[in-house]
Design a binder for this molecule. Structure first.
Ligand SMILES: Cc1ncc(COP(=O)(O)O)c(C=O)c1O
Length: 389
């Protein structure tokens, strides 16, 4: 079957409606494009939504993670514990400080980091733990917070996948000391590119806001308005990590639809799980009853004892059938940087490696129809039949 003859179902397509477009156009017509009132409103609405005291809008989740480490005063030679099963951002920010990311393996039968491995990795140089809520399912946050408290460590949550995610009914955004969200184009809500940091600590929020604007005094963003003053002071070495009003207007419109878009993802996940559970070729994700899954990703495991082809060939077969997929993630310790510069080796984290080799992320997004979902299901049934062992 040639790919050109059928409509390609992409791995992701953003859900942008007329309200989103009107919100952005309103800002474009307003005469003020960069950080201003829209950003302040977005921060307020986001903080209320996740139940946090403070929210700071930034240019990305990576920027939020970087400034989180700057705000805690991470130093050269410090260690930060984080999962090997994550995206580059979670760890590269540690390297910005010439500090060392200490990688840990996944829990058995899970993509989440193993809290016991985290505890074993603690040394006198450990400053912080970065928790990743993989795919939008919360990590074992209570156990990790307990370990961190006992060892006096800071907990930063990489919640790039976790909006809206609830752990025992409470929204992710206030468990750790600092939480970092992403509004990258594929996330549950998007601003194209963008991020948000939440924290209960107002001093941290003020410092992050200052660092995100070249390290200049607090209300720098107001300096061209009637309320502000031209005079400013540079207080620290800062960065250019602020969010624009164009992005924030889109973020506000998207935030209003966050629950509805998650419900749509949830319905797709339910349909996938019920239609695929009869196949032993694929293992579906399991959601514990005490959590709400954001369903940023729906990651299945390809079972080599039931299928004659590898995960990579399943990807090719799906592509032939006009379906886009992805893989999350290549564990960090398998990348050249981590092996050459930090001495990690293949084979070091066997659970993550085994899960990576079998992982396959299916399309899941609010703009997908039931027919789209059924196309993916039918294609997987077809592949399972054709290549059964
Ligand atoms: C786990 C994780 N953390 C951080 C990020 C970085 O997010 P951003 O693109 O907003 O910087 C991503 C990106 O997808 C991610 O998957």
């Amino acid at each position: 079957m040639a790919v050109t003859q059928i409509q390609f179902l992409p791995f992701h397509r953003a859900s942008i409606d007329e309200q989103d477009i009107e919100s952005v156009v309103r800002v474009l017509r307003s005469g003020w494009l960069t950080t201003g009132n829209e950003v302040r409103q977005f921060e307020g609405a986001f903080a209320r939504y996740v139940g946090a005291r403070n929210a700071v809008a930034l240019s990305s989740c990576t920027a939020a993670l970087h400034l989180a480490l700057a705000a805690i005063g991470l130093q050269e030679g410090d260690e930060v514990i984080l999962p090997t099963m994550t995206f580059s951002s979670t760890s590269e920010v540690v390297l910005y400080f010439k500090a060392r990311p200490i990688l840990v393996d996944c829990q058995a039968n899970s993509f989440q980091a193993d809290p016991m491995a985290m505890e074993r990795a603690i040394t006198s140089r450990t400053r912080a733990i970065i928790v990743v809520h993989f795919a939008g399912i919360p990590a074992d946050i209570e156990t990790i917070l307990d370990i961190a408290r006992r060892h006096k460590l800071i907990v930063i949550e990489d919640a790039a996948h976790a909006l809206p995610t609830r752990y025992k009914g409470k929204m992710i955004g206030t468990f750790g000391d600092i939480t970092c969200f992403s509004f990258y184009a594929t996330k549950t809500i998007t601003t194209g590119e963008g991020g948000m940091m939440t924290t209960e600590n107002a001093e941290v929020a003020d410092r992050v806001r200052m660092l995100s604007m070249h390290g200049i005094s607090k209300d720098a963003y107001k300096r061209y308005t009637a309320e502000g003053s031209w005079r400013y002071e540079i207080l620290d070495v800062g960065y250019k990590y602020n969010m624009t009003d164009i992005q924030a207007a889109l973020g506000l419109a998207q935030l209003a639809k966050c629950e509805a878009m998650q419900a749509r993802r949830d319905a797709i996940a339910t349909r996938y799980s019920s239609a695929l559970s009869s196949l032993d070729a694929f293992e579906c994700p399991v959601t514990p009853s005490h959590v709400t899954h954001a369903w940023h990703l729906y990651v299945i495991q390809v079972n080599p004892s039931a299928l004659r082809i590898s995960r990579d060939t399943v990807i090719e077969e799906l592509k032939q059938r006009g379906i886009g997929t992805s893989v999350h993630f290549i564990p960090l310790h398998l990348h050249p940087l981590y092996q050459k510069a930090l001495g990690y080796r293949s084979g070091e984290f066997p659970v993550a490696e085994r899960r990576f080799e079998r992982a396959l992320s299916l399309p899941i997004y609010a703009a997908m129809s039931e027919e789209d979902t059924d196309r993916v299901i039918d294609a997987l049934h077809d592949i399972a039949r054709e290549y059964r062992r």
